[in-house]
Design a binder for this molecule. Structure first.
Ligand code: NDP
Length: 252
């Protein structure tokens, strides 16, 4: 369990894509900081394993299977969280996929599935929690985007478009909900060591490292540390922003 360094005592959080990689690290970090966490993904066994890690460390978690691309499914996750803990303070929209292909070979379903899970998934989550957050007079929403949404990448037009969309969505909702004490920010990781980047060829990985000033890929905990801060009371005057966690790879 990571050290508790930001206080989320008494908070309730929903984290999508919490069964692996970055989402798992965020869930563990938030739980260690005092938040009760609803863990969301499609595979129950993977979620149960994360729930067990958190419970053994003295945290509180529940596993909820669901598909973020489906609004009814996301609403069900919010309802189940409210039934158990009567509140949702924090939503982390982290679930995401890649289906890489060059434009000329990209199939419609490769475009649609990436947009549905990465971008519409964020919309579904925001829509599902907003009514409750408005009633509760506050909330924190953090969307995981990507540096690829800022710089583009050959073979990832669907992924880049979905992640750029998340940044526009974040800014617009920040303007809509700011007066209601709901903050929304995006975190843009660079190359982070997870199953998603494990697929990359070793030569590609070595080449990429030469374009990262810190000379290495990041860890999921590097992203979780910032997410935890943005979810805390200490981040109450920050909204509508995108923060890169990328070893300096992209400097705007
Ligand atoms: P992983 O592939 O390791 O994990 C993805 C997670 O999302 C899993 O828990 C998966 O569980 C879940 N998920 C996928 N589809 C759905 C769905 N439809 N509904 C609910 N859950 C779903 O990814 P990473 O940890 O690497 O990435 C996490 C986020 O960070 C993504 O949004 C990704 O785009 C972003 N990112 C990652 C980078 C990296 O270098 N790794 C760089 C930049 C951004 P299950 O399959 O069981 O549903």
């Amino acid at each position: 369990m990571p050290a508790k360094y930001c206080s989320l005592s008494g908070k309730i959080a929903i984290i999508t894509g919490a069964s692996r990689g970055i989402g798992k690290a965020i869930a563990i970090q938030l739980a260690a900081s005092g938040s009760k966490v609803s863990l969301v993904a499609r595979n129950q066994n993977d979620l149960d394993a994360v729930q067990e890690i958190i419970k053994i460390s003295g945290g509180e978690a529940q596993s909820l299977t669901g598909d973020v691309s489906n609004f009814e499914s996301f609403s069900g996750i919010v309802t189940q969280t409210l039934e158990k803990w009567h509140n949702v303070d924090i939503l982390i929209n982290n679930a995401g996929i890649t289906h890489d292909n060059i434009l000329m070979r990209m199939k419609e379903d490769e475009w649609d599935s990436v947009m549905d899970i990465n971008l519409k998934g964020c919309f579904n989550g925001i829509k599902a929690v907003t009514r409750h957050m408005l009633k509760h007079k506050g909330g924190r929403i953090i969307n995981i985007t990507s540096i690829i949404g800022q710089i583009g990448n050959a073979g990832q037009s669907n992924y880049a478009a979905s992640k750029a969309g998340i940044m526009g969505l974040t800014k617009s909702i920040a303007k809509e909900l700011g007066s209601r004490n709901i903050t929304i920010n995006a975190v843009a990781p660079g190359y982070i060591l997870t199953d998603m980047t494990d697929k990359l060829d070793d030569n590609v990985k070595e080449k990429l490292k030469t374009s990262i000033p810190l000379g290495r890929f990041g860890n999921s905990e590097d992203v979780a540390n910032l997410v935890c801060f943005l979810a805390s009371n200490e981040a109450s005057y920050i909204t509508g922003q995108t923060f890169n966690v990328d070893g300096g790879m992209v400097m705007i």
